[in-house]
Ligand binder design. Sequence first.
Ligand code: AMP
Ligand code: ZN
Length: 120
Amino acid sequence: MDCLFCKIVEGSIPSNKVFENENLLVFHDIVPAAPVHVLIIPKKHIDSMNEVTTEDLPLIAEIHQVAQQVAKDLGVNESGYRLINNCGPDSGQAVQHLHYHLLGGAKIGALTGISSSHQS
Ligand code: AMP
Ligand code: ZN
């Protein structure tokens, strides 16, 4: 499958790893939007939040557990952080492999909401 994040999981594309276990991988975003910006992904290919099934729910729970641990490891658990999932075109999802952004290390601005192209 021609998927960037599957290639990162396989190791054929390098990444700066923060955490790895049997199910999940966490690595630094290549274009950080904050001092701490990592991506938490399941090793299993899931296109997006829309394709998450009941059988995937333990994986989603584990993502939250690992987010909590990684936030602590990267020193932002007390200062705070934001966990974001983009799903589909309107969200700007660029990589079609389920992932959660964990952002922190500075004040993260308010959610920007709709872009001008969506305003009437
Ligand atoms: P999204 O817009 O939610 O699909 O986010 C995709 C994210 O993947 C973006 O923040 C990119 O900067 C990031 N990204 C793209 N290619 C790589 C890569 N090779 N290694 C790490 N992060 C990447
Ligand atoms: Zn994939």
